[in-house]
Design a protein around this ligand. Structure first.
Ligand code: SF4
Ligand code: SF4
Length: 279
């Protein structure tokens, strides 16, 4: 089963839930698709690391062959090509590597060369196989790195957890593409509810079943409960604020590996997700 863990914004406890879920089962794959801030490895501390670069194809123009017809410029939907003082220019940061400009060029003046945009690291931590996507600083699109994380020939395990980027952008859509179930982590605040609504709407559009975890759930926040009831979204778990858990997490520890009761809580959560997904 593939479970995607999402949140409307950063800092809600998405990675906390993700790493505790895989560590509780001790037999899972953890895919860190939050490639701009891949923090899961700080907790899981993977060993036997292997790393591979992620590249995209970038067009390059042979000016000796170019006749200045500008068909490539007209073709590019992303405005990644332009002529400046009759010289063709490519803006790598906004090129989507579609390859179209090379196809339409009548002079075969455009070829493509690999450009590194990040890397993927693989390792193990106990019975957990960990794949971490890492986007190079300044790269505008996380999607190529996320694709390589998701399609990296992972070992067969009963559970795969995808730690998604926060928000509801195209990188989140890519991250949940293979998920059987989406788990939304939310805080019981007005800001938390506002962002939850966006990500709840996204998974609905993607026709993915979903449930909610309320983190730092001290007391009730009626608007959040009301939203869950109105959208028929089950609240699968409430995690109250606990100073000891917060301190152990801040120290880079995984609480289910040292607290038997918390391990039972997360295994119970997994059971509820499996039941919900069968509905
Ligand atoms: S399509 Fe080819 S020949 Fe025409 S401007 Fe572009 S690179 Fe030059
Ligand atoms: S590869 Fe696609 S996106 Fe990039 S410059 Fe060419 S047409 Fe534009």
């Amino acid at each position: 089963m593939i479970i995607a863990i999402l949140s409307g914004k950063g800092g809600t406890g998405k990675t906390f839930v993700s790493v505790n879920l895989v560590a509780a089962t001790e037999n899972a794959v953890y895919l860190d698709c939050d490639v701009e801030e891949p923090n899961g490895r700080l907790f899981l501390k993977p060993q036997q690391l292997v790393s591979a670069p992620v590249t995209v194809l970038l067009p390059t123009i042979d000016r000796d062959k170019c006749n200045g017809c500008r068909q490539c410029v007209e073709f590019c939907r992303f405005n990644a090509l332009a002529f400046v003082r009759d010289n063709p220019m490519i803006f790598a940061e906004i090129c989507h590597s579609c390859g179209g400009c090379a196809l339409v060029c009548p002079e075969q003046a455009i070829s493509e060369i690999p450009r590194e945009v990040g890397k993927v690291e693989k390792g193990v931590s106990g019975g957990v196989h960990i794949v971490t996507g890492i986007l190079n600083v300044g790269e505008p699109s996380a999607v190529p790195v996320i694709k390589q994380v998701l399609n990296g020939n992972q070992p067969e395990k009963p559970l795969t957890v995808v730690d998604c980027p926060p928000g509801s952008s195209c990188s989140v859509i890519e991250s949940v593409s293979q998920a059987d179930y989406c788990l939304l982590v939310a805080e019981p605040t007005a800001f938390g509810l506002h962002n939850l609504k966006m990500v709840r709407h996204l998974v609905q559009l993607l026709q993915k079943p979903c449930g909610i975890i309320i983190n730092k759930a001290d007391g009730e926040y009626p608007p959040l409960e009301q939203f869950c009831a109105e959208t028929n979204t089950p609240i699968l778990l409430r995690i109250p604020y606990d100073k000891h858990i917060a301190e152990r997490t801040a120290a880079g520890e995984i609480i289910v590996r040292e607290d038997h009761l918390m391990k039972e809580v997360f295994l119970g959560l997994l059971g509820r997700i499996e039941n919900e997904a069968k509905r």
